[in-house]
Design a protein around this ligand. Structure first.
Ligand SMILES: [Zn+2]
Length: 197
């Protein structure tokens, strides 16, 4: 994806529900230095507010204001408690759908304080996407990773209590696009791939 805005919208959109119904959650790091207070996103501006820690002591409150289209950012500090040492800051996105059939997480998006231009030069990629294709009495769990042209598939089996559990047998296949608007068709396509691999 070219922009953080596109990544955000991709995370929002549940492929199973076919609508932007997933809440995007922002997490930050490194854990020793940044602890999230809150975040908000309005239009294309993402505000991430954190307490900045140095040697286990809170130093100051910092807010990154990131333009998700241009990737320029502004860093606001509550006071000048920031030591000279420049620590990296990163954040990542993840989203789960209430349908429980599609979750996603991005790779870390790193901001380096040293950059005078206040510009993020990262790529905006999905780290992992998990999709559960379930219909009638069968189901499959597909795991996609953006840096691979392959997908990992395991079969779901119904437990005695009626819940679905992974059978734990993972098989890897070349990546294919599925039409998630038609789960029956997608399962049929997946079974064909499994059969002829
Ligand atoms: Zn969903």
């Amino acid at each position: 994806m070219d922009t953080l805005q596109q990544l955000w919208e991709y995370c929002q959109f549940c492929p199973i529900c076919q609508k932007p119904c997933r809440d995007v959650v922002v997490s930050v790091g490194p854990d020793d230095n940044f602890r999230m207070i809150d975040y908000s996103k309005q239009d294309n501006l993402l505000h991430i507010r954190c307490d900045y820690y140095f040697e286990d002591t809170a130093q100051t409150e910092v807010t990154y204001i990131i333009n998700c289209d241009t990737h320029k950012y502004e860093l606001q500090m509550l006071d000048e408690g920031m030591p000279e040492t420049q620590f990296p800051f990163y954040f990542y996105l993840n989203a789960n759908c209430d349908c429980n059939n599609a979750s996603i997480s991005s790779i870390d998006i790193e901001i380096k304080w040293a950059e005078a231009t206040c510009q993020i030069y990262e790529r905006f990629l999905i780290d992992q996407e998990d999709i559960y294709l379930i219909t009638g009495q069968e189901g499959y769990h597909i795991t996609l990773r953006s840096n691979q042209s392959r997908m990992v598939v395991s079969k779901l089996i119904f437990s005695r209590t009626g819940g679905l559990i992974d059978d734990g047998v993972e098989q890897t296949y070349p990546f294919v696009n599925f039409d998630y608007t038609d789960i029956d068709k997608s399962i049929h396509k997946l079974k064909t791939i499994i059969l002829f691999s």
